[in-house]
Design a protein around this ligand. Structure first.
Ligand code: ZN
Length: 443
């Protein structure tokens, strides 16, 4: 098994001496130095951080414990004070990414990147993709790529440097057209949004792509249902890798190596912590909590201790690939995507994903919890393969009642199944809107 190519990349970025091995001590000394620089830079250049870091002396950040006293930054801060978080003039901003949020306020989040910030991402893509493609290969990108500096464009530029041919198609809309495109290229690698790649592979029409044709798939989003990964391996016989990232991490965040067991992170550009979402205290490796990261090299809009809302843990054992880089375990869902129910129970989108995606014919679904006479009801709306509505409808209730994680909710009568409906058109997504259960109670 090859070691993750991110290790030698990070080693060079940290500027180890020739022949010097990368060690955890070396990475941590570098990260601490960069954290001090980032705190000083943000406080000097941005009105937002000048206020929020008023009590923090960057030079006195002796260790990671002292750093854990630095205040968090949140999505709401970006929404309300985004411009004040800028550390450069607006002229130096090369790309602004506007994220529509599913929150009730409807206000969007804007993130600002300089050309240097984007270059770091292109470089990450170039090295991260070396795990799954060789020079001369073709990568079909089903991510937004029309605009210069969009995620598809940055990935494309990284691949060209690797000697790989990128074909940018954008998010999947026309399944037949995209299946034909896949068949035009021998043993391609595909990059896309999990539900959209699943839709290309499932159903009778999906069989137009024979098993073995697609060599590898990279599923890119914050949270990848294991059920989708397993189904792609079963249908296509391909290797499936996953990428963890969001606009805030600079689009790229971390990617799996050949061991396919956790994300190796951009440790030269990001410092990652796992915290207790209730108390805000840092948690030791191995304990699940909220993912928090600090940018170490971002110029336009650095983010200090940014709360992602994602639940995961740092895997406590070394990776089989033999790297010294840490691994972030599979994201187990989002805090905001977990709805409280009666008697202390909760329900999250991740549990529904793992229960419903294994049902043959299911391509995508949305979920909603409403209230009827004091009783919480779950409604599911599905996109399925042609002609599969009746069969899938019959299976949904049985599956929910038998699922290990969900069955107790129905047995304890904290939840009942409301409607099961179908959406023939499906849902279009550019991958930035996170899948979550709609909560229409208490209105
Ligand atoms: Zn590894």
């Amino acid at each position: 098994m090859r070691k993750t190519p991110l290790e030698s990349w990070i080693r060079d970025k940290i500027a180890c001496n020739a022949g010097e091995l990368l060690t955890r001590d070396r990475i941590e000394a570098y990260q601490l130095e960069k954290l001090r620089e980032t705190v000083a830079y943000a406080r000097r250049m941005s009105p937002f951080y000048r206020a929020s870091l008023a009590g923090v002396d960057g030079r006195k950040l002796e260790d990671f414990r002292t750093f854990s006293e630095v205040p968090f930054t949140t999505s709401d801060d970006i929404r309300s004070d985004g411009l004040k978080m800028l550390c450069t003039s607006q002229d130096e901003i090369e790309r602004v990414v506007t994220l529509q949020t599913s929150g009730t306020t409807g206000e969007s989040k804007r993130l600002f990147f300089t050309a240097e910030d984007l270059e770091l991402t292109v470089d990450f893509f170039r090295h991260g993709m070396a795990t799954m493609v060789e020079p001369g290969a073709t990568v079909i990108i089903f991510l937004p790529g029309e605009r210069p500096d969009s995620v598809g464009d940055l990935l494309s530029r990284g691949l060209v440097r690797l000697g790989v041919k990128p074909v940018v198609r954008g998010p999947v809309r026309d399944l037949a057209a995209e299946r034909a495109e896949i068949l035009r290229h021998a043993s391609p690698c595909l990059v896309g949004i999990p539900t959209q790649i699943l839709a290309l592979a499932r159903g009778d029409a999906g069989k137009t792509i024979p098993s073995g044709w697609v060599k590898s798939v990279l599923l890119s989003t914050d949270y990848v249902p294991a059920a989708i990964e397993q189904e792609l391996v079963r249908l296509w016989g391909c290797r499936v890798f996953t990428h963890y990232g969001m606009t805030e991490t600079g689009l790229g965040g971390g990617v799996e190596c050949e061991a396919c067991d956790g994300y190796h992170l951009r440790e030269a550009d990001l410092y990652t912590e796992i915290i207790d979402p209730e108390t805000g205290r840092p948690l030791p490796d191995g304990t699940p909590g909220e993912v928090v990261f600090t940018t170490l090299t971002r110029q336009g809009m650095p983010l200090l201790r940014y709360r992602t809302g994602d639940l995961a843990r740092i895997l406590p054992t070394p990776c089989l690939c033999g790297t010294v880089l840490k691994r972030l375990g599979r994201v187990q869902g989002r805090i905001a995507a977990t709805l409280p129910l009666q008697q202390g129970f909760t329900i999250g989108m991740a549990a529904l994903d793992e229960a419903l995606f294994p049902i043959a014919g299911v391509l995508n679904f949305s979920a909603e919890v409403s209230e009827n006479d004091g009783q919480d009801q779950l409604h599911i709306c599905l996109q399925v393969c042609d002609g599969e509505e009746e069969r899938v409808a019959r299976m949904i209730v049985a599956t929910l009642f038998q699922n290990e994680a969900l069955a107790p909710l129905f047995q304890q009568k904290v939840l009942t199944v409301g409607s099961v409906t179908f959406n023939r058109e499906g849902w279009s997504s550019n991958g930035t809107v996170k899948r979550q259960i709609r909560d229409s109670r208490f209105k």
